[in-house]
Design a protein around this ligand. Structure first.
Ligand code: PGA
Length: 246
């Protein structure tokens, strides 16, 4: 899976321009699952623009309640209305800028699963945590607390070291493989090994057309979550077509 996280970028017109340029560039790519997560305001236009394509759409966040007095929030049913099948949960920008903690993320993951949406659950350590040799403890804790009391179901994990997001400094493919292997082991312990072996684990953090092949060549890495480089149709198509870069 190659997933785009547009963050707080693109108006409806910019979304439509992106799709017109992007789709011809990835015509014929059949063995990669492509997902675009635009801001909420562009979901409807994106869903319409992609209706005859294999590209899927996802949301960048969700609220755990079904309806009611929650100003500014968006529920699972509202996302399903717009043909969303995926939702990013626990992105480090929401953890660090919006103050989301493991409990909030756990509620969001529960609501996502109950509604039949597939979460892209983001985990990752800060630079300081990595330098203090705490990367495994931090990521293991995020998984355990985030997934508490949630039955095995549709799940995608994105390993995104915080220091690699939007910095141009990507994790080395070997470090990313080491951490994604660790994540698979954790899932095996929290649930069972057989189920864990089927969970897609993505790497995210300064992925671009030049480095994607090295990540995809690693065992345990099943795809990428792409921020900055997903905003440009040519760059994102270059990432989706990583097999022709090899
Ligand atoms: P980046 O962002 O590709 O710009 O580093 C990745 C992400 O935040 O998902």
């Amino acid at each position: 899976m190659i997933a785009a996280n547009w963050k707080m970028n693109k108006t409806i017109a910019e979304t439509q321009d992106f799709v017109s340029e992007f789709l011809p560039l990835v015509a014929g790519v059949e063995d990669v699952e492509v997902l675009v997560c635009p801001p909420f305001t562009a979901l409807s236009a994106l869903s319409l623009a992609l209706k005859d394509s294999r590209v899927r759409i996802g949301a960048q966040d969700i609220f755990w309640e079904g309806r009611g007095a929650f100003t500014g929030e968006i529920s699972a049913d509202m996302l399903l209305d717009l043909n969303c099948r995926y939702v990013i949960v626990g992105h480090s920008e929401r953890r660090h800028i919006m103050g989301e903690n493991d409990l909030i993320i756990n509620r969001k993951l529960k609501a996502t699963g109950l509604a039949g949406l597939t979460p892209i659950f983001c985990v990752g350590e800060t630079l300081q945590e990595r330098e203090n040799n705490m990367a495994r403890d931090v990521v293991g804790g995020q998984l355990e607390k985030g997934l508490q009391d949630i039955p095995a179901g549709a799940l995608v994990i994105a390993y995104e070291p915080v220091w690699a997001i939007g910095t141009g400094v990507n994790a080395s493919p070997e470090d990313a493989r080491e951490m994604t292997g660790f994540i698979r082991d954790c899932l095996g312990k929290l649930y069972d090994r057989h189920w864990a072996s089927g969970v897609q684990i993505l790497y995210g953090g300064s992925v671009n057309p030049a480095n994607i092949s090295a990540f995809m060549a690693q065992e345990y890495i099943d795809g990428a979550l792409v921020g900055g480089a997903s905003l440009n149709p040519l760059d994102f198509a270059g990432i989706v077509r990583f097999k022709s870069n090899v």
